[in-house]
Each structure stands twice: as structure tokens, then as C-alpha cells.
Design a protein around this ligand. Structure first.
Ligand code: 15L
Length: 270
């Protein structure tokens, strides 16, 4: 059984992944926050902005699923610390510890300034929609460098929004169900022939803004489609015109986004 490190293990995405991947891999979890580990999991508390911690958590694993970092638009300082310094530390520690494969959770916000009437694939030029998006582009660039220069096997997942259900109309285009997430991650860990790949982390949504043929080529067959939730958002009022026009939505116009988990959910009062 492969040993897989999941960074950012206290976060939402990791909580789905841990549940879905339990028993399939030996999971080593890390986060700067403390978490309760489940049976069969190993947990190491670590701050990835410190190289010594990054070296400790990446030692002896077969693959890394790097989810850790600052996950929304916000001030530069924490983004820099977690997503620039932290991400560099993870790639560099992986190289030093001879970890073969790194899966990096980049984001739709690396290309968030593409318009909603455009369908983009994995070959488009980057168009980040904020400091957070820029930090994800930095991680993608690191992945490219470590693959070309050091032969690391790198799998970049431009993740949409992982949730049991889409949160709003925009998310109908980039919803990523937990079981589809698990499938895409498993391909990244187990596919025998990965050198450097970019895939979109979305379900098989009819409204997708992404041509995910590269994921399909690697064997990804999403089981979910957001369309079944479409009518929940029929009466949603349009937001800021720039946000409505671009794939990154509100990230394109604001400086700081509150926790996306707090995004309005139908029928739920804030
Ligand atoms: C992201 O990259 C964030 O990490 C996530 O929390 C959501 O805000 C998502 O993008 C989104 O675009 O909905």
C-alpha cells in the first residue's frame, strides 16, 4: 500500500478526501492545526512555512497531495507565507527526500479572469484573478520546474469547488463532488505514466467552463453532474457585473473573500 501525505489535512477538501481514500492508501496527514486522526491515519503537526517541518512530513512517502495553504483571496502576508514559501518548501523537501510524485491543489482562480463565455482547456495561458490566484500560478510554475529539472512526477489539479452540493449558480460550472475528487486524486497517485499534467478538478458538469479532456485521457470518468441542482439557483440575483462576467466570480473584484464555506446556501440563514 502506498504511503500518501496529505497537507492541509484540517481543511474541508482534506476532510472529504480522508473519508473517500481511507483504506486505499496509508494516509499521513499534516496541518499546523491539530486534528483528530482516524484509525489507520498518521498525523504530524507542522508549519510548512518552515523548511524543517516540510522535510519532516515529506520523509518516506510515495506521493504528496499538497492541499495546505491559504485558500481564498486575502492579504498578501499570509498568502505569501503559506502559498509561496510553504509551497516552495513542499516541492523542495519532496526533492530532497526523493518523493517521486507530487499532486498540487491549484485552483480555478489561476485562470479566473477568463470570461464565462469561453471554454478553456489545460493549455491556456494563466489569468489569475487576485493575489491568491497568483500564488497558485506560482505553485504551478514550481511543479513545471521540478518536473523538467528534477524529473519529479507532477500532477496539477485546478480545483473548482469541493462540496457535497454546489453552493450557488457559479459553482454549477465548477462543482467537484467528494467522490469525483477522490477519483481524480487516485488517478494522480496511481497512473503509471505521469510526468507533468494539468487537469481540472471538477465533476462532469454540463455547465463546465473547462474542457477537461486531459483528465479524461488519463482515465477520469466523473460520476456527478451539477445539473441536478440547477433549479435550486434559478432565482439567484446577479452579483457584481465583473464577477458575473468572469469565471473567478467575486475573486475578480474583491480584495478579501470570507470563508467560502460561509457562501450563501439556499434555505440557510447566515
Ligand atoms: C478556491 O480556490 C477556494 O480554495 C475555494 O474555497 C473556493 O472559494 C473556490 O476556489 C471557488 O472558486 O469557489
Amino acid at each position: 500500500m502506498k504511503t500518501v501525505l496529505i497537507t492541509g489535512a484540517a481543511g474541508d477538501v482534506a476532510s472529504h478526501l480522508r473519508r473517500e481514500l481511507a483504506g486505499k492508501y496509508k494516509l499521513r496527514l499534516s496541518d499546523k492545526r491539530k486534528i483528530e486522526k482516524q484509525k489507520g491515519e498518521q498525523f504530524i503537526q507542522a508549519d510548512i512555512s518552515k523548511m524543517a517541518d516540510a522535510l519532516k512530513i515529506t520523509k518516506g512517502v510515495d506521493a504528496i497531495v499538497h492541499l495546505g495553504g491559504y485558500s481564498v483571496e486575502g492579504p498578501w502576508e499570509p498568502i505569501h507565507k503559506a502559498n509561496i514559501v510553504g509551497c516552495y518548501n513542499i516541492f523542495e523537501a519532496a526533492r530532497k527526500n526523493k518523493v517521486k510524485r507530487v499532486l498540487f491543489a491549484t485552483s480555478n482562480h489561476a485562470v479566473g479572469f477568463y470570461r464565462r463565455d469561453q471554454k478553456i482547456d489545460h493549455r491556456v495561458y494563466i489569468k489569475p484573478d487576485g493575489r491568491y490566484g497568483v500564488s497558485k500560478v506560482f505553485g504551478e510554475a514550481l511543479g513545471s520546474l521540478y518536473s523538467d529539472k528534477y524529473g519529479m512526477e507532477v500532477y496539477l489539479m485546478r480545483i473548482g469547488n469541493v462540496n457535497p452540493k454546489p453552493l450557488d449558480r457559479r459553482r454549477l460550472s465548477l462543482w467537484f463532488s467528494p467522490r469525483d475528487l477522490a477519483q481524480l486524486v487516485s488517478i494522480g497517485i496511481d497512473h503509471p505514466d505521469i510526468k507533468f499534467e494539468i487537469v481540472y478538478g471538477i465533476s462532469g458538469n454540463q455547465r463546465a467552463w473547462y474542457d477537461n479532456s486531459n483528465a479524461a485521457r488519463l482515465g477520469y470518468k466523473p460520476q456527478d453532474d451539477s445539473e441536478v441542482y440547477a433549479k435550486d439557483f434559478e432565482n439567484e440575483k446577479p452579483g457584481h457585473p465583473v464577477a458575473e462576467q468572469h469565471q473567478g466570480g467575486i475573486f475578480c473584484v474583491v480584495e478579501e473573500v470570507p470563508n467560502p464555506a460561509a457562501a450563501p446556501v439556499k434555505g440557510k440563514k447566515k
